[in-house]
Design a protein around this ligand. Structure first.
Ligand SMILES: Nc1ncnc2c1ncn2[C@@H]1O[C@H](COP(=O)(O)OP(=O)(O)OP(=O)(O)O)[C@@H](O)[C@H]1O
Ligand SMILES: [Mg+2]
Length: 252
């Protein structure tokens, strides 16, 4: 079943000098329920803009986004977002961060706390529920951000370079954990990354974008069974293919 449908999305911004720049030009894409899609492309090709539009934080100038045939007109709990920069409330404890969304959408505190326990356990942080963000490592903060997004029970998880600021080892661990959560919850994940390795490890499909104007250049099906090795032959062949496509962009 089609979950997210991007229909001819264009987004322009007015620059300081008054001229327009086209951040996204006629982007269309159909995403299935429980699909894991990675967006890969050079800086400035419109990946964040696209996620913001899908989340409802920004509006396209042309086109529309549909979630199960319902047009998205603003933010909603069905779409959870995890950003690159740790976006936790620094003055709230881990638990208070996680229950914030459910409380805002009217859940009773007792129920929200019970739910939050489950999500904190899922990301392995049940011991840290009373800690504050400054007491956590970068990887732990991102785990809290994931638990917080999941606590709203989203149908779609939007992740904008969520592991970009982490060291390589922590990043690998979190990729594995995210796949486990995804397999358990069967939610749709739209994941922006600059890393070819990350995209090949995670995605069902990789949407490769090009810039000026931001467009979908090509879509790659990753037909490699999971669990995927990071250096297996089929993984390396695909990485080479993608790096080749990326280098074509640079040569232009
Ligand atoms: N609010 C805004 N006002 C003006 N220009 C913007 C705005 N938001 C984005 N842009 C421009 O739109 C283009 C796409 O930006 P976007 O942040 O979506 O790129 P990106 O692919 O996420 O890049 P990166 O990989 O560096 O995060 C850029 O040229 C950017 O300068
Ligand atoms: Mg971005």
């Amino acid at each position: 079943m089609r979950n997210v449908s991007l229909s001819n999305i264009s987004r322009r911004f007015v620059k300081e000098d008054g001229t327009h720049m086209v951040a996204l030009d006629d982007v269309s894409l159909e995403i299935d329920d429980a699909e894991f899609v990675c967006f890969l492309g050079p800086s400035g090709c419109g990946k964040t803009t696209l996620l913001r539009i899908i989340s409802g934080l920004d509006q396209p100038d042309e086109g529309a986004v549909f979630l199960h045939n319902e047009k998205i007109t603003g933010p909603g709990p069905k779409r959870g977002m995890v950003f690159q920069e740790y976006s936790l409330f620094p003055w709230k404890s881990v638990m208070e961060n996680v229950i914030f969304g459910p409380l805002m959408s009217g859940m009773k505190k007792k129920d929200a706390l019970k739910e939050a326990e489950i999500y904190l356990e899922l990301v392995g942080l049940e011991q840290f529920k009373d800690s504050f963000p400054h007491e956590l490592s970068g990887g732990m903060k991102q785990r809290v951000a994931i638990a917080r997004a999941l606590a709203n029970e989203p149908e779609v998880l939007l992740m904008d370079e969520p592991f970009g600021a982490l060291d390589a080892q922590t990043r690998n661990v979190l990729q594995g954990e995210l796949l486990q959560i995804w397999e358990k919850k069967r939610i749709t994940v739209l994941f922006v990354t600059h890393s070819v390795d990350e995209a090949v490890f995670l995605a069902d499909r990789i949407v490769m974008m090009s810039s000026r104007p931001g467009k979908i250049k090509t879509i790659i099906d990753v037909n490699i069974p999971r669990p995927r090795g990071r250096t297996s032959l089929d993984v390396n062949v695909l990485r080479d293919e993608i790096l080749q496509i990326l280098s074509e962009d640079k040569e232009k």
